[in-house]
Design a protein around this ligand. Structure first.
Ligand code: UD1
Length: 423
């Protein structure tokens, strides 16, 4: 298994191009199943999760091909309506095929994803949403089996999500675009990845009003045509590189990014006293003469501070003198990185859903284990300032969601190399 060896680095400096967003492209890939013909997706990142989703599409009978950062999906001959356990267990987002398969073919069978590294992650709202659209859903033998009533399509409905869920919103939107009649989704998630999906569905002929708002009004159509769209930039990748600039006291400019998707992250940096500038498609953080101060951060659904940036900020805050507080309101247990950061010399205490950071610690290298994607990034960040060479194991998590990470980091001056640890 591969690991990273990360050594204490000079302040990072330079420009880095941000890739297309993993969490945006995965539901769009599933959406291509809604129409026969060849759909096209541009600005697709070359990631393990994208390849896994391509395998899910192939298993159901679609033909997937890549040309540079463009992907084509021919969903004409889809004939097997099941996402098997073997794939779903490696990537929860496989559940995104539930809505499209059910809506187009009237039947879908998708393995339950099970738990994840940061605790239980239920899919009850995905299932409930399909039921609201008239599907009969059973859960048996570890699989979700959803069917339309014999001879019927899904039926539009007024649905009020009890909590804001990115995944459930995406899945239900993809089902509702081919339902009979009108669907109104209240308390829909407003993450940029949902807007990106809705725009893609519109390119396929879907009728969706209220894109970007908490209420989506979807007029079901009988058929859709192949889609074409560009994946939005990965806001979490950009935020991670800004953290890398901050923690090494360097200056990094992220190119091909979308500052408006990162406003709460930028605000957090500014509250911490970092200099952040941005233009239409770039963001720069300059920490060279910063005197950073501690901060309180609370993760929230978009437009709040993203849970996917929580681990990276904890690594940063561990190095900043003073007491910081990070409250995790989306996934109360998402703190597997904390004991690993503590092994590098950080002082972080957990109490329920809150991490109390006694910042300013001098970090020292150790072997640490990555437990999930963003936790891995946090450990690499800490490794950039820890005295010595930090070994981060299980970096297959990084490969799931950061495109050419070590190349991009090295180009900025980060001392990182991939090695095999023979595990
Ligand atoms: C997506 C992102 C993930 C991010 C998360 C929150 C993808 C592939 N993943 O995950 O990186 O951390 O959004 O921004 O886009 N919930 C339920 N029942 C459900 C579904 C969700 O109770 O059926 C709860 C979850 O436990 C959580 C909250 O809703 O507390 C939000 O989760 P959700 O937005 O659905 O996250 P994902 O779509 O799984």
């Amino acid at each position: 298994m591969d690991c990273y060896k990360v050594s204490r680095s000079d302040p990072l400096s330079g420009e880095v191009e941000i890739s297309g967003a993993k969490n945006a492209v995965l539901p769009v890939m599933a959406a291509t199943l809604l129409a026969p013909g060849v759909s096209r997706i541009r600005n697709v990142p070359n990631l393990k999760d994208v390849r896994t989703m391509a395998d899910v599409l192939r298993v159901v009978g679609a033909r997937v091909s890549f040309s540079g950062d463009e992907m084509s999906v021919d969903a004409t001959d889809v004939s097997h309506f099941e996402a098997p356990y073997e794939l779903v267990v490696t990537m929860r987002a496989s559940i995104y095929v539930l809505g499209p398969l059910l809506a187009r073919f009237g039947t879908a069978r998708v393995s339950l994803p099970g738990g994840c590294a940061w605790g239980p992650r239920p899919v009850d709202l995905h299932i409930w949403g399909m039921e609201q659209l008239g599907a009969e859903v059973t859960v048996a033998h570890g699989y979700i089996e959803a069917k339309c009533r014999p001879g019927e399509r899904l039926k539009g409905a007024e649905i009020h999500f009890p909590i804001s869920s990115v995944g459930a919103t995406a899945n239900v939107v993809m089902a509702a675009v081919l339902a009979e009649g009108t669907t109104v989704l209240n308390n829909a998630a407003v993450e940029p990845e949902i807007d990106n999906l809705c725009e893609y569905l519109v390119s396929m002929g879907a009728k969706i009003e209220g894109i970007g708002s908490r209420t989506l009004r979807i007029e079901g159509v009988e058929t859709l045509r192949p889609g074409d769209g560009v994946t939005i930039p990965d806001r979490i990748e950009a935020g991670t590189f800004l953290c890398a600039a901050a923690i090494t006291r360097g200056r990094v400019r992220c190119l091909k990014t979308e500052p408006k998707h990162l406003m709460e992250v930028i605000r957090a940096f500014v509250r911490m006293n970092y200099q952040v500038d941005y233009g239409e498609d770039w963001i720069e953080l300059d920490a060279r003469s910063a005197e950073p101060r501690p901060v309180k951060i609370v993760t929230q659904p978009y437009p709040g501070f993203p849970t996917d940036m929580q681990a990276q900020f904890l690594a940063l805050l561990a190095t900043i003198p003073g007491n910081s507080v990070v409250q995790e309101t989306i996934y109360a247990d998402r703190f597997k990185h904390v004991p690993e950061l503590d092994r590098l010399g950080a002082t972080i205490q957990l109490q329920g859903d809150t991490a109390f950071v006694e910042g300013g610690a001098k970090l020292t290298a150790a072997t640490v284990m990555a437990s999930d994607l963003r936790a891995s990034a946090a450990l690499v960040l800490a490794g950039l300032v820890a005295e010595g060479t930090t070994k981060v194991t299980r970096i297959y998590h990084m490969d799931r969601g950061y495109e050419r990470f070590e190349q991009k980091l090295s180009a900025l001056g980060g001392r990182i190399e991939r090695a095999s640890d023979g595990e």
